[in-house]
Structure formats: C-alpha cells, structure tokens
Design a protein around this ligand. Structure first.
Ligand SMILES: Cc1cc2nc3c(=O)[nH]c(=O)nc-3n(C[C@H](O)[C@H](O)[C@H](O)COP(=O)(O)O)c2cc1C
Length: 271
C-alpha cells in the first residue's frame, strides 16, 4: 500500500473540493432523488454505539425555505449585534439554495454511550457522552457536505441552530420534539463561482509522529493573532497557501512562518 490508488485520489479530490460557500446562483432546483443521494451519505456516518442519534430535515419547499431563511437572518443579526468582531456574513444567500439540510441531534441516545455504574465516575462519562454526541453529528454533517460536492453542488456548514434561540425558532417552525436540537445546518446550492481551495496549514505541522512534537505547538499569542488579524481571510479566501496572499506579511506579521511551515518555531508548549 503506497497511499496512492484511484479510490484514494477520488476521495481526496472530493474532500479537498468540499467548501463552505456562502454565495449561490439563484434559480436552480434539484430532484428529490439527488437530495436523497446526499442524505444517504449522512445515513452511513459513524455514530457512537451505532446509535444513529440524529434525524435530518431536508427543506426543499420554497415557502419553508423562506421561513428558515427568516430564522437564519435573525440568527446572523444576533451575531452581528452581540458577537462583535466575528466575521459573520448575512445569511441572505440562503434564499438561493436548492435545499437546506438540518441535522438534529437526539440527546436521548447518549444513554447508549458508556454510562458509569460507579457514582464517582458518573461525571467523567457524562461529559464524554456530550462529546460523543457532537462528534457523531459532525460526522453526519461532514458526510452530507462531501456528498453535496460529489453530486456537483456546494454547501456551507452552519453552526447556527446550536444556539438556544435559533434552535427554539427552528423547533417552532419545523415541529421537532424537545429532545432534539439542530446542531448543523447545511444550505446547498450551485456556487456563484468556483471556490476550489481555502487556507490550510501544512501537513507536516499538523502531524506528530508517535508523540507530540513541541516545535509544532501553536502558542496562545499565535491563536490571538489568528483571531485578530488572520481569521476573516482564512475563512473566506480561496487560496490554501497563505504565503501566496498578496498581503501575507501584513496579515500574518511575525507569525508568517508559523502559519505556513512545518513547525511554528516554538519549542515549548508553554508561553
Ligand atoms: C462545527 C463548524 C461550525 C461552523 N459554523 C459556521 C457558521 O455558523 N457559519 C459559516 O458561515 N461557516 C461555518 N463553518 C464553516 C467554517 O468557517 C469553514 O469550514 C472554515 O472556514 C474552512 O473553510 P472551508 O470549509 O471552505 O474549507 C463551520 C464549520 C464547522 C466545522
């Protein structure tokens, strides 16, 4: 096995091209058959204890889409008003979707995950079960986004719905029971332009062989710099290698090598 096969090549091509796109061409529609092909990929997602702790609402009716859009316009307005500095975009683009997939997590299935039988371990397992639930939903959303790409469409992954207010609004609109929560929303459409890529740090910096390699540690100051200066460009620009950004020095400053090479140049995991 040398890591290169036709199957790997097709898979990595879809994985690389999966993109968060927030501008769709208006006026398109797709068949329910296509939407079910996409949902099928979600069905095959791994979930904790094979609990299949999710449901998927697919909104393809234009009237319902408008009403979901209203919920998300209110959600993005809340972000703009109350989460200052986060590069949120208005969700008007959702009007141009061919469908919106809403992945609902079903909290009750946490019972199927490891539950402690000794009281002193209850917290340990209870907390981890939250992570198992969320990780399972992440796998579902990821599979859906990959299938969207594979059928020639594009999508975004919206965490909106995870907040209580948005979830309440969606529940009132879509009619799902209290034990379910909308964790991931995936507007699907035809991209306005091809956005083939996005900033990623190099593979060498991400991978640690056999044990954590301290020279790859990203210090707190680098995280802060990302949030302050880099985030809004890393989220929206269509270029993987930030060294190719025209304003690379301006954006990354003293952290340029750390954002773009195999090590961060720091040799300690504390500041
Ligand atoms: C858990 C999660 C939540 C996200 N929430 C949002 C969101 O609410 N709105 C949004 O526009 N993008 C959201 N994104 C998309 C990320 O911004 C995006 O994946 C990242 O910038 C990388 O871009 P790419 O997906 O095009 O590679 C989310 C992604 C993940 C994994």
């Amino acid at each position: 096995m040398n890591g290169s096969s036709d199957r790997y090549d097709s898979l990595i091509d879809v994985i690389r091209r999966r993109r968060s796109v927030r501008r769709f061409e208006p006026g398109h529609a797709v068949s329910r058959e296509t939407l079910l092909h996409i949902a099928e990929a979600g069905r095959w997602a791994p979930t904790g204890a094979n609990s299949q702790c999710f449901d998927v609402v697919i909104v393809d009716d234009p009237d319902m889409r408008e009403r979901v859009l209203d919920v998300f316009l209110a959600q993005s307005n809340r972000l703009i008003d109350h989460v200052k500095g986060f590069p949120a975009v208005k969700k008007t683009y959702m009007a141009n979707t061919v469908a919106i997939f809403i992945v609902l997590a079903d909290e009750r299935w946490k019972r199927a995950f490891p539950v402690a039988t000794s009281p002193e371990w209850a917290e340990e397992y209870r907390e981890n079960n939250e992570r198992i639930l969320l990780a399972s939903i992440g796998a579902v959303v990821q599979n859906i986004q990959l299938a969207v790409t594979a059928v020639g469409l594009t999508s975004a992954w919206l965490s909106g719905g995870g907040e209580d207010t948005t979830n309440r609004d969606l529940r009132a609109l879509l009619g799902y029971p209290d034990c379910l929560r909308a964790i991931g929303t995936i507007p699907v459409g035809v991209p306005e332009k091809d956005l083939a890529s996005r900033y990623r740090r190099p593979l060498g910096q991400m991978v640690h062989w056999n044990r954590y390699e301290p020279d790859k540690f990203r210090p707190d100051a680098m995280v802060d710099h990302y949030v302050r200066e880099v985030r809004q460009f890393a989220m929206y620009r269509g270029e993987e290698d930030a060294n190719r950004w025209d304003d690379a020095d301006k954006r990354m400053g003293e952290w340029r090598r750390a954002f773009t090479s195999d090590t961060t140049g720091r040799h300690s995991t504390s500041e």
